[in-house]
Design a protein around this ligand. Structure first.
Ligand code: AHR
Length: 497
């Protein structure tokens, strides 16, 4: 197979908002308890946070982490999670049928987030609660002092406000599984009024209006249109969520699911711009793809978990090599929309559908999907370029005209560095890529990282890392042309300088 591409520093999409490399920690399964927090673990710090997990998160350079849910937030009383830990209530947690001990709450999470160099994307409960609790939480977190809620924070030992900038107005409120599920009109009204008071408390915050839980929802995309009619003037983002799974063991279709993601993004942009036109507004709403990943391996196992325990092993998908390829394609898709997708969260970060896994009391390890996420987060910052790509295509059971080559590139003028991200979707043939790098005269390949494996189903375990990148890719540049051989079924990162 042969493909051609043209890269030029003048063909740009936009500056990339680093927040597209965000992630998510929900009070669910072993994400918090046994994940980021495990007092008594040999590697726990004095506050109980696992240093090995924190180190891996720092490696990923995660710019923002959504918290505390997810479905969890729609039944959460944030007041349960502040103040002396010994006095905090244990609650029945209805979203995931567990017991929530509330040992970690808003202050602990904000403090931990700082220690791993990340911001918090805080979600408020619009399921069982509403505008009063939401405005109180903003006051508790962000107001400097001298008022009831801000002084309560100070009395809890946090003199400085957390200054949380990004807030989600509820979670997946279109879903019947959601605690306090709402119709689009009901959600639109409560979100609009909640947004107003939250911004009155702190005008510097940014708000995310709930979009559809996925594209198969019967209310998609009317949900976006109706809710944005109410929230448009008060919010900055609309959310998108999407998980994929290789349920039919049809890898050719599976690797093309990023085309579905692309279509989803385009549809939501259209709806936002339709409401903009209807309102004669000058404001543009951006997209927060704040839940995306592969999620299907653990679904059967989860049905067997007993209810009402603390931190059971829920949603512990073990990812294989082909999952990492799809995650790579999804990262490329986000980059292709860098002008409108300004935030995104790989859902989630630790143990729960996660790149990082831990053993209670034991070691931590990296799943296959850790690597494309790491590479994109570390090398994918700067300006998203718009390459012209000519790739051969294939048809699968679910898609037609799937390009074998999924690719994009990022330019960092300050370091004079260009990074190409590329997936070869062919399962049996390598792909010769010839790139015209006309405006990057004199650039040389400094690294060609490759993630490849003969076994699409290979997984990593705590004992053995079967899927990890090597840097023996053969890309080389000469006379304004970059030549690279992309192995069958591979994720490639080609760095030029
Ligand atoms: O990330 C797991 C769950 O997926 C979240 O709690 C929910 O928002 C979504 O359905």
């Amino acid at each position: 197979l042969k493909a051609k591409m043209i890269l030029d520093k003048d063909f740009t999409i936009s500056a990339i908002d680093p927040r597209i490399y965000g992630s998510f920690i929900e009070h669910l399964g072993r994400a918090v308890y046994g994940g980021i927090y495990e007092p008594g673990h040999p590697l726990a710090d004095e506050k109980g946070y696992r240093k090995d997990v924190a180190d891996l998160i720092r490696q990923l350079n995660v710019p923002i982490i959504r918290y505390p849910g997810g479905n969890f937030v729609s039944g959460y009383n944030w007041e349960d999670g502040v103040g002396p830990i010994a006095e905090r209530p244990r609650r029945l947690e209805l979203a995931w049928k567990t017991v929530e001990p509330n040992h970690v709450g808003t202050n602990e999470f904000a403090e931990w987030a700082k220690s791993v160099n990340t911001e918090v994307m805080m979600a408020v409960n619009l399921g069982t609660r509403g505008m009063d609790d939401a405005r109180n939480l903003v006051e508790y977190c962000n107001h400097p002092g001298g008022t009831y809620w801000s002084d309560l924070r100070v009395s809890h030992g946090y003199k400085e406000p957390h200054k949380i900038k990004t807030w989600c107005l509820g979670n997946e409120m279109d879903g019947p599984w959601q605690i306090g599920h709402k119709t689009a009109e009901e959600y639109g009204r409560i979100a609009e009024e909640t947004a107003k008071v939250m911004k009155w408390v702190d005008p510097s915050i940014e708000l995310v209006s709930c979009g559809s839980s996925n594209t198969s929802m019967p209310t998609f995309p009317q949900w976006e249109a109706t809710t944005l009619e109410y929230t448009y003037d008060h919010v900055d983002f609309v959310s998108l969520h999407r998980y994929y799974g290789n349920y039919n063991n049809d890898t050719q279709s599976y690797l093309a699911y990023s085309l579905d993601m692309d279509h989803f993004i385009r549809t939501v942009i259209s709806v936002c711009d339709y409401i903009k036109a209807k309102k004669r507004s000058k404001k543009t709403i951006n997209l927060s793809f704040d839940e995306w990943n592969v999620w299907f391996h653990s679904k059967e196992a989860d049905k067997k978990i007993d209810p009402w325990t603390i931190a059971p092993p829920q949603l512990e998908d073990i990812y294989n090599f082909e999952d990492a390829l799809l995650v790579g394609c999804m990262l490329i898709t986000l980059l292709k929309h860098a002008d409108r997708v300004r935030m995104a969260c790989l859902a989630q970060l630790v143990n729960v559908i996660a790149p990082i896994m831990t053993e209670n009391g034991g070691r931590s390890w990296k799943q296959t999907i850790f690597y494309p996420y790491l590479h994109a987060s570390v090398y994918g910052r700067g300006i998203a370029l718009h390459p012209v790509v000519h790739s051969p295509k294939y048809d699968s059971k679910e898609f037609t005209d799937v390009p074998y080559l999924e690719t994009t590139a990022v330019y960092r003028p300050e370091d004079e560095e260009v990074t190409i991200f590329a997936v070869n979707r062919s399962l049996d043939s390598s792909l010769q890529l010839e790139t015209d790098i006309r405006s990057f005269a004199g650039y040389r390949v400094i690294e060609h990282l490759v993630l490849e494996n003969d076994n699409l189903k290979a997984v990593n375990t705590i004992e053995h890392e079967a899927v990890k990148p090597h840097s023996n890719g053969n890309a080389h540049a000469e006379d304004g042309t970059l030549l690279a051989n992309l192995s069958k079924a591979s994720w490639n990162v080609i760095r030029l300088k």
